[in-house]
Unconditional design. Structure first.
Length: 159
């Protein structure tokens, strides 16, 4: 095995629930959190705020094709899109099933509701087997909405 400092990294811009994952990959992800701004909407906001008018062109160059943005399929809790907590958790579970054969999985997750955290940990253990759960504090983070907790869980599958 190569030294970790010699590994290749690839940026994948794709739907996490339809992407074909290689068993040789190490997956490190920070999935969408429950009640924060949805990632796609936030990315459009940043591009507009930066007055970048070539958004589709730039993303198209990264992908090698014209991008399609399917915002309704984003993993989120958004009553306006007909998604609730059970839909969100089912999507997280489907993601964990899709990556189960990847060599290594690391999920960084933030949620204040211990029942939701317990469910995510339960899914990871039932799908991936032995999972290490670390609790970390990130004091220097953006504050969105009423959330004030700075504790994250990091789920790590064995090598």
């Amino acid at each position: 095995m190569r030294d970790l400092t010699e590994c290749d990294a690839v940026l994948l811009l794709a739907n996490a629930l339809t992407l074909r994952y290689s068993p040789s990959w190490a997956i490190i992800t920070d999935p969408p959190h429950l009640d924060e701004v949805q990632y796609m909407e936030l990315s459009f906001f940043y591009w507009a705020w930066l007055r970048e008018s070539r958004f589709r062109e730039v993303v198209g160059q990264l992908l090698g094709r014209r991008p399609r943005f399917n915002i309704p399929k984003e993993i989120s809790v958004n009553p306006n899109r007909g998604t609730d907590l059970s839909t969100y958790l089912e999507s997280i579970k489907r993601f964990m099933l899709r990556v189960r054969r990847a060599r290594r999985k690391v999920v960084i997750f933030h949620e204040e509701d211990s029942k939701v955290l317990d469910r995510v940990v339960e899914y990871s253990r039932s799908i991936w087997g032995a999972v290490r759960v670390d609790y970390i504090r990130i004091d220097n983070r953006r504050k969105v909405g009423p959330r004030g907790d700075v504790t994250y869980i990091v789920l790590k599958s064995p090598y």
